[in-house]
Ligand binder design. Structure first.
Ligand code: MRU
Length: 341
């Protein structure tokens, strides 16, 4: 897959408009951080690592916009931009991780705004490159868990489109295939935004990796029938007791546990938030029309009936077989031991 987001040579943020996939591959270009923030909110770009990089690049645009101002005013305005960007989506750690990483640079250099802006642009570009490297390492570590012939079930899209490139949950599959193993994928459609049906299926077909799409309600039966060897999902945030990921992940994890199918979570360390517990996290609730209408087009719920639209759910560690980071594969106990401090 081509990168989902990049910084252009003329200082713009260019991204795939994921709301148009799989029907149209079109790009958006922004030079205003407000537009980048909006693109995160309306999910032109989505997926925790991609959101993180978009946030960093949005911050870089803000520093360019304000770099002619005196330092104090510059800091005030860029802090305002950081608040706008942080306010776009509440659950993915990467958004906050990325803004904080950029803010550290902005606040720790006693230099003029123009020089700070150059450093921030370089940092945002570096974060995009680092994302790909991290994903490749998740791929290497996760591929050791896969055997020739495995069928891997995944939920939502934690692939190339959810990152800069290569993906997290799909990275082990890509690496195993590159290493000569035959692996195929079952993608849950992932109501209501259909990231599995639209995006996972699109990018795997694009890269000629065998994929079948199922309705979200089918995964339990397929596991019972022995048609799933492993589950690998991505994550938006890992706390000290649980994994947050796209709504529906918890039910997949329960079915996997009940059917003794290993359930793995691919988690770049930028999604780790181990100082928190599940209770501390705000789960995004999106507009209920996303549930009421299929992709904003066909209304499937009677007028006047209320819909609930929680975007993420919580999978407790007891259901997780292993967590794959760029450093290795860990049980939840090992993960806490390695990263908590
Ligand atoms: O609402 P989305 O599409 O941003 O949700 C995406 C997911 O839940 C992914 O599984 C998660 O961000 C990990 S992406 C590598």
């Amino acid at each position: 897959m081509i990168p989902s987001i990049e910084w252009t040579h003329d200082n713009k943020v260019k991204m795939i408009d994921q709301t148009l996939l799989p029907h149209k591959l079109e790009f958006l270009e922004f030079k205003d951080y407000r537009d980048v923030a909006n693109s995160i909110k309306v999910m032109n770009i989505r997926g925790a690592p991609a959101i993180g990089v978009a946030a960093a690049m949005g911050m870089a645009l803000a520093t360019i916009e304000y770099k002619a101002l005196p330092k104090e005013e510059f800091l005030k305005r860029v802090e305002g931009a950081a608040d706008v960007i942080r306010g776009t989506r509440p659950t993915a750690s990467n958004l906050f991780w990325a803004v904080n990483r950029i803010w550290k640079i902005i606040s720790s250099f006693p230099d003029n705004p123009s020089n700070i802006s150059e450093l921030v642009v370089e940092e945002a570009k570096l974060m995009a490159q680092e994302d790909v490297n991290v994903n490749k390492n998740i791929g290497k570590n996760g591929a050791t868990l896969l055997e020739d012939g495995d069928v891997v079930l995944t939920h939502c899209n934690a692939g190339s489109l959810a990152t800069v490139q290569y993906g997290t949950a799909l990275a082990p599959i890509r690496t195993a295939i590159e290493g000569g193993k035959k692996i195929s994928v079952i993608a849950d459609e992932t109501r209501p935004r259909l990231q599995g049906a639209r995006l996972t299926a699109y990018e795997l077909q694009y890269d000629k990796i065998p994929v079948k799409v199922i309705s979200d309600t089918s995964s339990g039966l397929l596991m019972r029938l022995g048609k799933v060897d492993k589950v690998i999902v991505g994550t938006d945030r890992v706390t000290s007791d649980a994994v947050f990921n796209k709504i529906g992940t918890y039910l997949v994890a329960l079915a996997a546990y009940d059917n003794k199918v290993p359930f793995y979570v691919a988690a770049p360390t930028s999604t780790l938030s181990l100082h928190e517990t599940a209770e501390d996290v705000t789960i995004e609730q999106r507009d209920s029309t996303e549930v009421k209408n299929v992709l904003g087009k066909v209304q499937i719920v009677p007028d006047g009936v209320e819909c609930l639209n929680y975007a993420f759910d919580i999978t407790p560690f007891r259901l997780v077989t292993g967590i794959i980071t760029e450093d290795g594969v860990f049980t939840s106990e090992e993960l806490l031991k390695k990263y908590k401090s």
